[in-house]
Write a protein that binds this ligand. Structure first.
Ligand SMILES: [Zn+2]
Length: 217
């Protein structure tokens, strides 16, 4: 439906039992308007136009968080603070499919990132640094971005792929530093800062890193 300034797809839901108009935006299904009775009347347009500003504002909020759409290579690795977004209609919202695609992409990408960071270690610490990764595990984790076990086993959160590349690198370097220091001692931080001189900014940015993850993921 085209309003004054924008074209928005809104589901109209006539409902015999409804007592009033209900305009709402569902993160999964987009905007809808419940219409009392079973008739769709010209009044609908007036109502929607009256609420256009509210609708646009809510949609903009949701776009950034809920409706980040594939293709992933437009979303992943984007480093400028904004991400390409699209506003799909309700019927091309396919979170299951996107989650599968995301996982495939994480399995391709994160091992590559780890290789790149190991190469950085070789370059900055010399080839004899002795930091050995024995195994990389990838899985979705709720509260951590990565972990490192005493046996050289590193686990990375698959949702890292939604973060800007510099933050992905920062997380991986953090875990690699634990291969040498299994704690957050002064020595640990100085090693990390050597490998990633922007560590203070990156730690700060990591506090809000969850905001990069779309709700469907
Ligand atoms: Zn740590």
């Amino acid at each position: 439906m085209t309003l004054e300034t924008a074209s928005i797809q809104i589901r109209l839901q006539p409902n015999r039992r409804a007592r009033r108009w209900i305009l709402k935006i569902d993160p999964d299904h987009g905007p809808s308007l419940t219409i009392p009775g079973c008739e769709i009347t010209p009044e609908i347009r007036t109502i929607l136009i009256r609420h256009e500003a509210w609708l646009l504002e809510k949609l903009a909020e949701l776009q950034t968080r809920h409706w980040l759409t594939p293709p992933f290579n437009e979303v992943i690795g984007h480093d400028g603070g904004t991400v390409p977004i699209a506003l799909p209609s309700a019927n091309n919202y396919q979170p299951d499919e996107w989650r599968r695609a995301m996982l495939t992409r994480a399995r391709e990408l994160l091992p590559q990132r780890l290789e790149q960071m190991l190469a950085r270690l070789d370059h900055q610490l010399g080839p004899d640094h002795g930091l050995q990764v024995t195994r990389l595990s990838l899985r979705r984790m709720r509260s951590r971005w990565g972990s490192c076990g005493a046996n050289g086993r590193i686990t990375l959160n698959t949702q890292l792929i939604f973060l800007p590349v510099r933050l992905q690198q920062h997380v991986i370097l953090h875990e690699l530093c634990h291969l040498q220091h299994m704690n957050h001692s002064r020595a640990f931080w100085s090693l990390l800062e050597k490998l990633d001189p922007d560590t203070p900014q990156h730690r700060q940015a990591m506090r809000n890193a969850r905001s990069f993850i779309p709700a469907w993921a």
